[in-house]
Design a protein around this ligand. Structure first.
Ligand code: GLN
Length: 323
């Protein structure tokens, strides 16, 4: 058996194992998300040398939702620098739900950029003078990371704009404490638009592999993100990417990751590969049930945990190149 077919087999095996798991519910608090087909299931793995392995409904598009947060955080770091960003957002795990209405009590900053409060503060920083320009700058980056043209789901954007009062409340709280400026609707439009980007598993795996590959898209070889800030984002994904499941995730899977209520999840194996799973049935914390299961299983079987004793940084790539 060749090594690459070993990887394809590992994806197939984990797909077969989880395809009959029907636990969890599709998100409905954004009404349009309720239209997702609950049993859709896709997995994709992209390596830093540009190989892509996929199984199931990997071409099915869905909205990126909170998986936009690490990429928007990167954009803010690139545009404003580390210190300016940290003045507005902490990098501490909150231990609370993604949509919790809370700020760090001493400084009144949001706990981290992976929860809604932090992501809205980041959106406020990267918005441009016109709404279109800010959203376009985000799409341009995301298209470079995916390596293809991407669209928005306008119905999801309209649905969240109409119903996102909890996020609106968080934004006004942050306006009160001087974390965001007075253009609250503009910042929320930037944030809701970011969440409404349509992607499939291959796009997300390539974005994750771009993070793994020091900011360079492994296929196009374009430098998408500044190397200097990639580690900032991976560190915060490691400690905060799964919200109030982040500690157990770090323990069991051991990879920087981000989930979204659209049903997507990404995990990054630094300098080696990106993983993406799509399955819209969520657990009570808003994370994809199968997505978590698949990542746990792949981390175990491919030895991907950051502190795995067999993982000496480049072990996986040596294994691949043994073909
Ligand atoms: N757009 C969603 C929200 O703000 C994103 C949440 C998520 O994916 N966890 O509620």
């Amino acid at each position: 058996m060749t090594t690459t077919s070993h990887i394809q087999d590992a994806l197939q095996t984990v797909y077969e194992k989880y395809k009959d798991v029907h636990d969890g519910e599709v998100a409905t608090y954004i009404p349009e998300l309720a239209k997702a087909k609950p049993d859709d299931f896709g997995i994709c793995l992209a390596t830093v040398d540009g190989q892509v392995f996929s199984v199931g409904d990997w071409q099915q598009e869905f909205t990126i939702q909170s998986i936009c947060k690490p990429f928007a955080f990167l954009m803010a770091l690139e545009e404003c620098g580390r210190e300016a960003v940290l003045q507005k957002v902490c990098v501490e795990p909150s231990g609370d739900a993604f949509n919790s209405i809370e700020l760090e009590p001493k400084t009144m900053r949001p706990f981290n950029p992976m929860i809604n409060a932090g992501a809205i503060a980041i959106a406020s920083m990267i918005k441009k003078s016109s709404r279109e320009e800010g959203v376009q700058a985000y799409v341009d980056k995301m298209q470079m990371a995916a390596g293809r043209t991407l669209d928005f789901d306008d119905a999801v954007l309209a649905s969240e704009t109409a119903t996102g009062n909890r996020n609106r409340a968080i934004a006004y709280l942050m306006l009160n404490f001087g974390i965001i400026d007075a253009a609250v609707d503009h910042a929320l439009h930037q944030y809701f638009s970011q969440c409404s980007l349509l992607v499939n598993c291959a796009d997300l795996a390539m974005m994750a592999a771009t993070l793994a590959n020091m900011g360079i898209n492994p296929v196009t070889r374009n430098q998408v993100f500044e190397l200097e800030y990639v580690k900032d984002v991976l560190a915060v994904m490691f400690t905060c990417g799964l919200y109030d499941y982040a500690g157990e995730w770090a323990y069991r899977v051991g990879l920087p990751a981000k989930s979204g209520v659209g049903g997507g999840i990404i995990a990054v194996v630094n300098r080696q590969l990106g993983i993406a799973v799509y399955s819209p049935r969520l657990d009570p914390k808003g994370n994809s049930v199968r997505g978590i299961g698949v990542c746990k299983e792949l981390a175990l079987h491919l030895g991907l945990h950051a502190f795995e004793f067999t993982n000496v940084g480049s072990s996986f790539m040596q294994w691949l190149s043994a073909d």
